[in-house]
Design a protein around this ligand. Structure first.
Ligand SMILES: Cc1ncc(COP(=O)(O)O)c(CNc2cc3ccccc3n(O)c2=O)c1O
Length: 425
């Protein structure tokens, strides 16, 4: 893979920060080294002495005064070593990426910690997207991704999808405008990246089949595209076996995967990961160096202590509990949808994630209905237009989340929604 062709001029121009390199050199050196280099503050001046965090399983995570000094200090831009190692082992055990054994320049699987996968997405797109570029994605899509892409002045091309995700035949049709043999020419306008949410899609709840992923991956090979696999709902798949990921089939080193702990450990701790070919992850890390420097050391150490105490087995056991919770929530939402919305709306039952994508019958655009009438009835959903490439296009859909409300609240909410739809009709 020629990774240079994918980089923006800004990303290609990034250089390692000498100060950060010194800090990391010092942290790798024996304690006998005396450093007068780093401009780090002296942790003895910090007001925080120690911390202990009680877990629901009765265990306690502790930060004694030595651990606290480290937790409150600067750390490596790509993430603290023990968390990165734990996550790399998890990625290898879960996805067995072909790239794990590749040489760095050939796209060896690498990772970095980001402040939520939102930061990972933002920095990945800013690494790859120039104004005017053609970008492929299946809309409707996550509004946070549109918020990153639209200011970059690129041309977002929708690839039709259905409840099973992106449709490979539709992707082939969209790509047929370009000649695969010409895509590497500097003048080519062929898309270089494709973005998709493969499991429990936001907002559609759609999950891609393994077959479709294989076909999409083959098309990405043919047109030399990178695929950004944004997969925060991977651990919220209600049925086994979990779907094979693009990362697990990545023989070329063309997958950039964003993972998140938001839906399984905590959304407020802001811990995400970028997994991808080393030449590209290196560029994201250089951007982190120049922006946030690194994700909170304290947060990373807290999560790392938890994961090391759980082990992979304990982590998966926790995930099973989370899955059971969201499955029950999903079932409650579907039961209430069948009870209240059957004649006024239609939907597909999601097999992952936390969203139900509901098409209101006989209503061209839900914006006004939701933002005005629904509020009067004291029920709040997201009008589908916010997830479209062009938010002013009429959209008959609404997104309902089954993550926070109780089954009883969901039932009452859909009763209210049903009556306002009937009034509107
Ligand atoms: C597909 C996809 N990719 C990335 C992210 C970012 O997650 P991170 O790891 O926490 O940074 C998300 C998070 N999605 C949402 C977040 C959110 C936060 C406050 C309020 C509402 C929110 N709604 O509605 C969301 O959908 C996502 O759905």
């Amino acid at each position: 893979m020629n990774y240079a062709r994918f980089l923006t001029a800004v990303s290609a121009a990034r250089k390692p920060s000498p100060i950060r390199m010194l800090t990391e050199l010092q942290q790798r050196s024996p304690p006998s080294l005396i450093s007068l280099a780093g401009g780090a503050p002296n942790p003895n001046t910090f007001p925080f002495q120690s911390a202990s965090i009680k877990l629901k399983n009765g265990q306690t995570l502790t930060f004694d005064d030595v651990a606290m000094k480290r937790a409150l200090q600067y750390s490596a831009s790509n993430g603290i070593p023990e968390l990165l190692t734990w996550m790399k082992n998890l990625q290898k055990d879960l996805h067995d990426p072909p790239t794990a054994g590749y040489a760095p320049e050939n796209g060896q699987m690498d990772m970095c910690v980001t402040t939520g996968s939102q930061e990972g997405l933002c920095k990945v797109f800013e690494m790859l997207v120039n104004p005017g570029d053609n970008i492929l994605l299946d809309a409707p899509t996550y509004s946070g991704t549109l918020a990153v892409l639209q200011p970059l002045g690129c041309n977002l091309i929708n690839v039709p999808s259905d409840q099973h995700g992106m449709i490979p035949a539709a992707l082939k049709e969209v790509l047929s405008r370009w000649d695969p043999s010409e895509v590497n020419k500097p003048s080519s306008t062929a898309p270089k990246i494709l973005y998709t949410i493969p499991n429990g899609g936001n907002p559609t709840g759609a999950s891609m089949t393994a077959q479709r992923k294989q076909e999409v991956y083959e098309l990405a090979r043919q047109y030399d595209m990178l695929i950004i696999e944004d997969d925060p709902y991977f651990f919220l798949q209600f049925d086994k076996p979990w779907a094979p990921t693009f990362l697990s089939m990545d023989v070329d080193g063309r997958i950039i995967r964003t993972d998140s702990f938001s839906k399984i450990l905590s959304s407020g701790l802001r811990i995400g990961f970028v997994t991808g070919p080393k030449p590209l992850v290196d560029r994201v890390v250089l951007h982190i160096q120049a922006s946030t420097m690194h994700t909170s050391t304290f947060t990373q150490l807290m999560v790392s202590q938890l994961l090391h105490s759980w082990g992979q087995e304990g982590f998966i056991q926790h995930i099973e509990g989370v899955i059971e919770f969201y499955r029950k929530q999903r079932d409650a939402m579907i039961t209430s949808a069948d009870k209240w919305l059957k004649d006024v709306a239609e939907w597909h039952t999601p097999s992952a994630g936390m969203f139900l994508w509901i098409k209101l019958k006989g209503i061209a655009d839900t914006q006004q209905l939701i933002m005005k009438k629904a509020l009067e009835k004291e029920v709040l959903l997201v009008p589908g237009g916010v997830f479209m490439i062009n938010s002013s296009d009429p959209c008959p859909y609404v997104r309902a989340a089954f993550s926070l409300s109780t089954p009883e609240q969901i039932d009452e909410a859909f009763r209210r929604l049903s009556s306002l739809i009937k009034e509107a009709l």
